[in-house]
Design a protein around this ligand. Structure first.
Ligand code: ADP
Ligand code: ASP
Ligand code: MG
Length: 245
């Protein structure tokens, strides 16, 4: 069984949350699963980095912004890998490019065009959990790119597609996909399952719970995305799949 798990910023906000995500990944690895963990930058650090960059240069080049912003996810990856190690499971962190992720050259909103998964496969074969920094890749010029805000979801789904993963789990700070933002509308209702098309329509109307391109990849490659709470681990919402909706 190969499982891709993605943890968003809030789910990695502090050491307790990193430990709790690491514990979940390590326990799967100990049960014999091959585990790939995709991480976002911690908390609101990407927002803070964007503000800081603006203080340095209001119109900083997109290439340089990518070089800077990609570091947020890399810090999470190193920390998560060490946390999984602390749970007694061997782990290795990889940047997007070490993980073989190639993108086009659109800085700040790059598309994943190919993934050479050989390095990841080698690490999994060696019995390690693989932690991949989300939201980033390398363009044809060999420069660092980022995938657009929320793009770590797309890293996870694309890896699930290229690795032919059995499961793709997106852990976040709500317990699934609702018909409206559950933080703004307490009476919002949760979907047990939602089609790719409906999910894309929700995103178009502003639901940032999943990055739009992650759902497009999922539809293209027939990947079911599980959206669930990093805090409870209870089953959340399944996006896509073959059953009737
Ligand atoms: P992460 O850091 O895990 O990537 P995001 O902030 O990108 O998390 O996405 C989760 C947030 O999406 C939730 O906190 C919620 O407020 C918001 N959201 C907006 N619309 C919806 C919706 N229809 N269903 C669920 N969450 C939604
Ligand atoms: N850290 C990036 C962002 O805040 C990517 C992500 O979280 O998915 O947009
Ligand atoms: Mg997100």
């Amino acid at each position: 069984m190969l499982i891709v798990q993605k943890y968003g910023g809030t789910s990695l906000q502090d050491i307790d949350r990193i430990h709790s995500a690491a514990r979940r990944a390590a326990s799967l690895a100990k049960q014999g699963s091959r585990v790939v963990v995709v991480v976002s930058a911690q908390g609101d650090s990407t927002d803070r980095m964007i503000q800081k960059a603006a203080q340095v240069n209001k119109r900083g080049a997109a290439r340089e912004m990518d070089a800077y912003l990609a570091a947020g996810e890399q810090m999470s990856a190193g920390l998560m890998s060490m946390a999984i190690g602390a749970m007694g499971s061997p782990a290795v962190s990889l940047t997007g490019w070490q993980a073989g992720i190639s993108t086009d050259g659109v800085h700040g909103n790059a598309r994943i065009v190919d993934i050479d998964v050989s390095r990841i496969q080698r690490e999994l074969d060696a019995g390690k959990a693989v932690v991949v920094a989300g939201f980033q890749g390398l363009d044809p010029a060999g420069d660092i790119t980022t995938l657009g805000r929320g793009g770590s979801d797309t890293t996870a789904v694309a890896l699930a597609a290229w690795l032919k993963a059995d499961r793709c789990q997106i852990f976040t700070d709500v317990d699934g996909v609702y018909d409206r933002d559950p933080r703004l509308f307490p009476d919002a209702t949760r979907f047990g399952r939602i089609s790719y098309e409906k999910m894309l329509a929700l995103i178009e109307n502003g639901a940032q719970v999943l990055h739009d391109r992650s759902v497009e990849f999922a539809r293209q490659y027939g990947i079911q995305i599980e959206v669930l709470s990093a805090f409870t681990g209870e089953p959340g919402t399944i996006v896509g799949g073959s059953e009737p909706f």
